[in-house]
Ligand binder design. Structure first.
Ligand SMILES: *Cc1c(COP(=O)(O)O)cnc(C)c1O
Length: 396
């Protein structure tokens, strides 16, 4: 009986191909790190991973994960509330709360699940969710699962946020939801102003720190640190899959009643498996490292500054950023693909993004810096950009 839908799917796939939107996956045969090896044997410098702190293959995290395999085994075979909670899970939840200066935390299999499972238990028909227009797909999906009224404001536009708060004034509870760092431009949510508006209009604040935690702020505590509003976001979600080791896992951290209710009612928490002890133990080790020193953040911030200043001096059009995401603007979709391909030939792995991932006419190459990059890596990338940029007439 597969015949009819098979034809339909084949056509759908052909349409994606035709539109030039078919996503190819590049196969890596080495660990994820600054220099990676591709399936064809080519070694390239990686500037497109969320490996902001260079922890994806850090020896201390690998060792911690191995240790947990010996002490706690491989899998949990259960959700948390049946028999999927170990001492390690509880410790990691405590460490996450300590890191963010919050009251309690709850782990999920991914931040996609944390965002998918937060709105429905907390906000009902009488309530309003006010969301930044560029929020992550998982927030959009999570909002869809709730019966609350939906309001949207233009990306980081505080006048529009205020207008939406006014429009929602007759609702019972209001929650303002924003990404900390927006992943395509690398711009940050102006949390100081958002906190002030939340106070003025009696709204709860939720921040998704997935791209900002570990990265932004002097000690990497995220956008709440950057804007000096630590403790003022009622709900924070985040991932262990980016700066924090890059394996898997997500979390919600914040007010204790919120976390307690999520343990009772949040569907991705209740009905999906616990993350494995090896990942949890490495997460604990990682937060211990973060508590000891912020030298990885220092290196990341220095690397970002170095790259941005050299690229700007070379004549590239770079979006201003306070994150480790550097958008090299090209505006032309085809050019972004040609340039990324030529950079790969030069041993620099970056991705060109174009519509519909970014607005029409806003094509770019996104560079992600890492504390795992050495100055020699950065220089190699900058020189490749200059060489290819000149060849393609992007710079003079
Ligand atoms: C990456 C990301 C997520 C998803 O995190 P996973 O743990 O990989 O599911 C959610 N929100 C934002 C803002 C992200 O950047």
């Amino acid at each position: 009986m597969y015949g009819k839908i098979k034809e339909h799917l084949q056509k759908e796939l052909a349409d994606i191909q035709q539109a030039g939107l078919f996503k190819q996956e590049r196969i890596i045969v080495s660990p994820q790190q600054a220099e990676i090896q591709l399936e064809n044997g080519q070694k390239v410098l990686n500037f497109c991973a969320n490996n902001y702190l260079g922890l994806s293959n850090h020896p201390a995290l690998v060792a911690a994960a191995k240790e947990a395999l010996d002490t706690h085994g491989y899998g949990m075979s259960s959700v948390r509330f049946i028999c999927g909670t170990t001492d390690l899970h509880k410790t990691l939840e405590r460490k996450i709360a300590e890191f963010f200066g919050t009251e309690d935390s709850i782990l999920y299999a991914a931040c996609f699940d944390a965002n998918g499972g937060i709105f429905e238990p907390l906000f009902g028909e009488e309530d309003a969710i006010i969301s930044d227009s560029l929020n992550h797909a998982s927030i959009i999906d999570g909002v869809r699962l709730s019966k609350a009224a939906r309001y949207r404001y233009k990306n980081t536009d505080m006048e529009d946020l205020e207008a939406q708060l006014i429009a929602a004034k007759d609702t019972r509870f209001k929650v303002v939801v924003t990404d900390g760092v927006f992943s395509m431009d690398g711009n940050v949510a102006p949390l100081d102003k958002i906190v002030a508006l939340c106070n003025k209009y009696d709204a709860v604040l939720m921040v998704d720190e997935s791209h900002s935690a570990g990265v932004v702020g002097e000690t990497g505590r995220g956008v709440t640190e950057l804007f000096d509003v630590r403790g003022k976001a009622d709900i924070i979600t985040g991932t262990l899959g980016k700066a924090f080791g890059g394996a898997i896992g997500g979390f919600t951290t914040g007010k204790k009643e919120v976390i307690e209710l999520l343990r009772q009612r949040s569907r991705p928490y209740l009905f999906s498996n616990s993350i494995p002890p090896s990942v949890v133990k490495a997460g604990i080790k990682m937060f211990d490292m973060m508590a000891e020193t912020h030298e990885l953040q220092d290196k990341l911030h220095a690397n970002t500054k170095y790259f941005m200043s050299k690229m700007t001096a070379a004549g590239f059009d770079i979006k201003p950023t306070k994150s480790a995401i550097c958008a090299v603007m090209l505006y032309d979709a085809k050019l972004s693909q040609v340039m990324a391909a030529k950079l790969l030939e030069e041993g620099i792995y970056v991705i060109g993004f174009y519509y519909p991932v970014v607005p029409k006419g806003q094509a770019r190459i996104r560079v992600q810096l890492s504390a795992g990059h050495e100055t020699a890596h950065l220089d190699k990338a900058i020189n490749a950009f200059i060489k290819v940029g000149k060849e393609l007439g992007v710079i003079k």
